[in-house]
Design a protein around this ligand. Structure first.
Ligand code: 13P
Length: 253
């Protein structure tokens, strides 16, 4: 089954109003110029920029997502943002369980799963991130770690429309070191097989699995051509519209 590629930019903690708005407007203008794009496009700016970015991309087809959400919809959680709040602004997606959240904020698979379920309950698409560290890879535990994170983090009620999985090897994030096509495909094929086991063939066939980790215009084409890679979750290269579009345009027809 053909899955439409999703080209997603994770801006992380980058961008003030002026440059964030300019970048969003540039991305919107370029997608409009492409016309009938063969891929979906999403940007996930920091929370402070979400309303401005939504405004800047209006009518362009560029979707906007959050980078994290709380597991509850409201309450006494100082500094947090709920999935309902993101939805209320106009977001369509939210990233959950990014390795930077897992590492810097102690997020476990159980927490990530609860956040993903909050996203679904709010009507957002959850982008559930998993990935092994270099130590885990060197210890031969890559498949085991990713399987455990996947099965522990997937929301109940996941289907191809409400959930996306992103495989982001921690050692490839922000390092300029990308997984080889063989390394990426091995993990993506395992993810697909586990999705078949958990959700059934039909849902697994339609559910998109993204690769993330130093994806750039030079390596994207080869990665996006692999059978089980359905798009990219792009950090650094998403901060330059030229590079972001070069990645997107490198995706196979
Ligand atoms: P880089 O593309 O900067 O390696 O970041 C990847 C990432 O973490 C996207 O979520």
């Amino acid at each position: 089954m053909a899955r439409r590629k999703l080209i997603a930019g994770n801006w992380k903690m980058n961008g003030l109003r002026a440059d964030g708005t300019a970048l969003a407007a540039d991305v919107a203008k370029r997608l409009k110029a492409v016309g009938q794009a063969r891929y979906d496009m999403l940007v996930c700016p920091p929370f402070t920029l979400v309303p401005l970015v939504l405004d800047a991309v209006k009518g362009s087809g560029v979707d906007v997502g959050g980078q994290d959400c709380h597991m509850q919809m409201k309450g006494a959680h100082t500094g947090d943002t709920s999935a309902a709040m993101l939805k209320d602004l106009g977001c369509s997606h939210v990233i959950v369980g990014h390795s930077e959240r897992r590492t810097n904020h102690g997020e476990t698979d159980g927490i990530v799963k609860a956040k993903a379920e909050a996203a679904l309950a709010a009507g957002l698409v959850a982008i559930v991130c998993i990935g092994e560290t270099l130590e885990e890879r060197d210890a031969g535990k890559t498949l085991e770690i990713n399987r455990r994170q996947l099965l522990g983090s997937l929301p109940d009620g996941a289907n191809a429309a409400n959930t996306v999985v992103a495989y982001e090897p921690v050692w490839a994030i922000g390092t300029g070191r990308t997984a080889t096509p063989e390394q990426a495909q091995e993990v993506h094929a395992m993810i697909r097989a586990e999705l078949v086991g958990k959700l059934g063939q039909e849902i697994a066939d339609g559910l998109r699995v993204l690769y993330g980790g130093s994806m750039n215009p030079k390596n994207a084409k080869e990665l996006l051509a692999l059978p089980d890679i359905d798009g990219g979750l792009i950090g650094g290269a998403a901060l330059k519209a030229d590079d972001f579009f070069a990645v997107a345009e490198g995706s196979p027809a």
